[in-house]
Design a protein around this ligand. Structure first.
Ligand code: CP3
Length: 361
């Protein structure tokens, strides 16, 4: 019962099958840079109310799809829905980011945590997915997502965003067993949540490990990657993309999880990354999100550079190296998306097979 997609570039690239042009979608493609988003958020009253309202979340998910020639939609939600459902008292103060009224600081706090039931505690997310699939009408695939256990733990233990990660790192170094207990609960929660998203209709899933890159190599392996392994092993039926921001040093190890694709940020060279992972995984990325503050010609140049670094053949999903920032002019997003399609055509197709396109696909 595989629905025929009108645009299946993303799924083809994830399966390393030939594409006519490189697929592109952008992290945070639905968000504050779009005036139509700001309008709906005002109508919802707050960001969280928007996430919790399936009709409005659906509308916002589709806004960038209606405006730009994007090759995928991403569920409008947040990685912090899981800790929110665990009863940590999540709020988003205007302009200040997330805040937890009850951060996790002790063994008692961890012991009190339960794994949320995705269908009841996070049912609004599943309702949004079903509605989005219906409204998308097979135009493009829908990406579901969750935060990595490590990244969720940073917010839960810090009580919000952090620059120094002092509470979570103190816990990691002082009480590694407790930290592993917390990460194990979060891993179970993430697996259940992603499975429910797939059941509801997500056609690809992505795990955002935004803060894996603040760890040393052995700590990354023990406190983030080990749990990413469990998540990949626990997910069946759809491709899975792993993104560790600042994770350029660990691409081979990330590929060993058997994930389908790895997101890379702009500090990692796309061409070298491709040589390192070979055909094992697809690569997603990786222009600096601030390129969208440049003028159109400069944006096109940067798109051309990254496409050229990846080179011929399938297996590349164009994206930013992190989310779109709120002050970006939406027109520049259109310039980038169109440039990816136009400038990538010469890297696909049968002409120039002297470079071995067929063997790569
Ligand atoms: O990509 C998309 O378009 C889908 C929606 C999406 C959001 N958050 C919406 C959002 C996704 C995939 C996320 C993931 C997310 N959320 C991550 C991982 C990716 C990353 O950006 O590193 C993280 C770390 C969060 C946690 C989070 N949510 C923070 C720290 C903040 C505040 C910072 C900020 O950008 O305002 C949010 C809020 C948030 N999540 C907004 C959006 C559109 C802005 C909320 C608003 O409208 O005010």
């Amino acid at each position: 019962m595989i629905p025929i997609l009108k645009n299946d570039r993303l799924l083809r690239a994830l399966a390393r099958r030939p594409v006519d042009a490189t697929p592109v979608w952008l992290m945070r493609q639905a968000g504050r840079y779009l005036p139509e988003y700001r309008q709906i958020r005002a109508r919802a009253g707050s960001f969280l109310r928007l996430c919790e309202n399936p009709e409005l979340a659906c509308e916002v998910t589709l806004q960038p799809i209606d405006r730009f020639a994007l090759d995928a939609a991403i569920l409008f939600s947040d990685i912090l829905t899981i800790p929110g459902a665990m009863g940590l008292g999540l709020t988003f103060a205007e302009g200040e980011g997330p805040r937890f009224a009850h951060p996790i600081r002790s063994a008692d706090d961890v012991n009190r945590l339960g794994v949320p039931d995705p269908e009841s505690d996070l049912g609004y997310v599943m309702d949004a997915i079903r509605l989005i699939r219906h409204e998308l009408d097979a135009r493009v695939p829908l990406i579901g997502f969750a935060g990595s256990p490590w990244t969720l733990a940073t917010y839960m233990v810090e009580g919000g965003s952090s620059t120094d990660f002092r509470h979570i790192k103190a816990m990691m170094f002082q009480e590694p067993d407790l930290t592993h207990r917390l990460l194990t609960i979060l891993t179970d929660a993430v697996i259940g949540y992603l499975r429910a998203q797939i059941h509801a209709g997500a056609q690809v899933v992505m795990v955002f490990d935004t803060w894996g890159g603040v760890l040393s190599t052995p700590d990354y392996r023990a406190f983030s990657l080990a749990y990413l392994h469990r998540i990949v092993a626990g997910i069946r039926g759809v491709p899975i993309i792993l993104f560790t921001k600042g994770g350029g040093a660990w691409l081979e190890e990330m590929a060993d999880t058997d994930c389908d694709a790895i997101g890379i940020d702009w500090t990692t060279d796309m061409g070298k990354a491709r040589k390192r992972v070979g055909k094992k995984v697809v690569l997603q990325g990786n222009v600096d999100p601030c390129i969208l503050y440049a003028r159109p010609e400069r944006i096109r140049q940067e798109v051309a550079r990254v496409l050229g670094e990846f080179g011929r053949g399938t297996g590349h999903i164009f994206n930013l190296g992190h989310g779109i920032q709120p002050h970006v002019d939406p027109e520049r997003v259109g310039v980038l998306v169109d440039a990816v399609h136009e400038l990538s055509i010469p890297y696909h197709g049968s002409s120039g097979s002297a470079h071995g396109t067929a063997s790569r696909t």
